[in-house]
Design a protein around this ligand. Structure first.
Ligand SMILES: Nc1nc2c(c(=O)[nH]1)N[C@H]1C(S)=C(S)[C@@H](COP(=O)(O)O)O[C@H]1N2
Ligand SMILES: [Mo]
Length: 324
């Protein structure tokens, strides 16, 4: 397909540099402007592409790429990132992408509450339009030892914290996923502690790397990847990057997260990536980097390679279980 061959992140042989991706993305922007049919043809999932084309924020894409966060590997093809997923609300296996198309991502209201100057509810499109979108190329390392690299679009979580105006006593922000009983058949797995809850300290949430994702691959993010709003904290194991968020709750209490409740001996609050601290059931030394041509084994890096941005957050916390 013509459009497909124009997109840098779909060329597995290329080690993408930011300039490379940026130039190719501009070509794609021109193609996308030529008509919605061409744009839809570029996606492996027509249903998802249709919903992305209908998205009320479509005009904000593609957003300019930040050159601050460089990749040391190719970008994982969109066809992989959008079809190999963890989203337990749709089932506890990787093939949930089709089922996730049934989730209605509009209207979508985000609640900001708890220890804030003024609690508020804001529609997702109003929220996104208050922000300046940018594209960032981030690695993603799942605790299960697979990884991908994704061109996310979004805005710094720090900007949402600024909007929320937390009180000085607030120490954590909890982030909570929607519970749409109609589409999320995985919620019937009653042994899991729904809803999916994650959280960060305020220091982590205001670190420049903590990113709110609204888009991926130059258009609104698809349901299976956490539309319309998900977190990306790439120095932590993937389960911290909570999807389809409906509530930000500011508090002085550390969250009891979905995975900490499910497996307290295996999954903690901090969950920073560390190749030298094995999971109780497997090594974290290496990862299977996913591409359309198969998995590539790679060494895992401390903080997933993002130590220069985030290591300072943890000085003085050496007694905490930072790596589980
Ligand atoms: N609400 C919710 N968020 C979630 C999950 C989930 O099951 N439910 N899975 C997490 C895990 S374990 C990973 S690795 C990533 C996967 O994101 P991706 O499917 O977009 O690659 O989402 C995270 N966020
Ligand atoms: Mo994960």
């Amino acid at each position: 397909m013509l459009v497909k061959s124009k997109r840098g992140w779909e060329l597995p042989e290329s080690m993408a540099t930011p300039e490379d991706v940026y130039l190719r993305r501009r070509e794609f922007a021109k193609m996308a402007a030529a008509g919605p049919i061409l744009a839809a043809a570029a996606s492996p999932l027509l249903a998802g592409a249709a919903s992305a084309a209908d998205d009320p924020t479509m005009d904000l894409y593609p957003a300019p790429t930040s050159d601050r966060y460089e990749l040391d590997r190719q970008i994982t093809e969109e066809s992989v990132t959008t079809t190999y997923n963890n989203f337990f609300e749709f089932g506890s296996h990787k093939q949930i992408s089709k089922a996730a198309q049934k989730m209605e991502t509009r209207p979508w209201t985000v609640k900001i509450d708890g220890m804030v100057e003024q609690e508020m509810e804001v529609g997702i499109d109003d929220l996104i339009r208050k922000m300046t979108l940018e594209e960032r190329l981030y690695r993603h390392r799942c605790v299960e030892a697979w990884s991908i690299a994704v061109p996310w679009t979004g805005f710094p979580l720090a900007k949402l914290v600024e909007l929320a105006k937390p009180l000085s006593g607030a120490k954590y922000v909890h982030m909570i996923t929607a519970m749409d009983e109609k589409s999320m058949t995985g919620l019937r797995q009653v042994w899991y502690p729904w809803p999916y809850v994650e959280g960060l300290t305020i220091e982590e949430a205001t670190n420049e790397m903590a990113f709110m994702v609204t888009g991926a691959y130059g258009k609104p993010v698809l349901p299976q990847n956490g539309a319309p709003l998900r977190l990306a904290v790439p120095w932590k194991y993937g389960f911290k990057s909570v999807k389809s968020i409906v509530r930000f709750h500011f508090t002085d209490e550390r969250p009891l997260t979905f995975w900490a409740k499910t497996g307290p001996a295996e999954y903690g609050f901090w969950a920073n990536v560390n190749p030298n601290v094995p999971h109780p059931r497997w090594s974290q030394a290496q990862e299977r980097f996913k591409t359309a041509d198969g998995d590539i084994m790679m060494p895992t890096q401390l903080y997933n390679g993002y130590g220069e941005f985030v290591a300072d957050l943890y000085s003085g916390l050496e007694d905490e279980p930072l790596y589980m």
